[in-house]
Write a protein that binds this ligand. Structure first.
Ligand code: SF4
Ligand code: SF4
Length: 81
């Protein structure tokens, strides 16, 4: 795969990378996002299906290597509508 692609695939390796950041992020913990699908890789799979509006409390995506590699911007992929 080209390193310039904007699409983040849902590979297990990417899941593990994501869990280091999303899994540790205060927004993820505060909203218990692990309970809902998708539970990770929001930049690929889209927003969380959490039923109530997500309280954003910081986003660790800018530190993630996939964020840099795929030239993503801003973050909060779990919450954006
Ligand atoms: S950019 Fe954010 S949502 Fe995407 S893999 Fe990294 S931590 Fe997860
Ligand atoms: S997308 Fe950003 S705000 Fe949402 S859980 Fe992942 S690191 Fe946290």
């Amino acid at each position: 795969m080209s390193t310039t692609t904007l699409v983040v695939d849902g590979s297990e390796e990417n899941q593990r990378t994501c869990s280091k950041y999303c899994g540790a992020c205060p927004t993820y913990k505060r909203n218990i996002l692990g309970r809902y699908q998708p539970a990770a890789l929001f930049c690929s799979h889209g927003v969380s299906a959490a039923p109530s509006k997500i309280k954003t409390m910081g986003c660790f995506c800018p530190a993630c290597e996939l964020f840099t590699k795929h030239r993503l911007v801003i973050g909060y992929f779990c919450a954006k509508r």
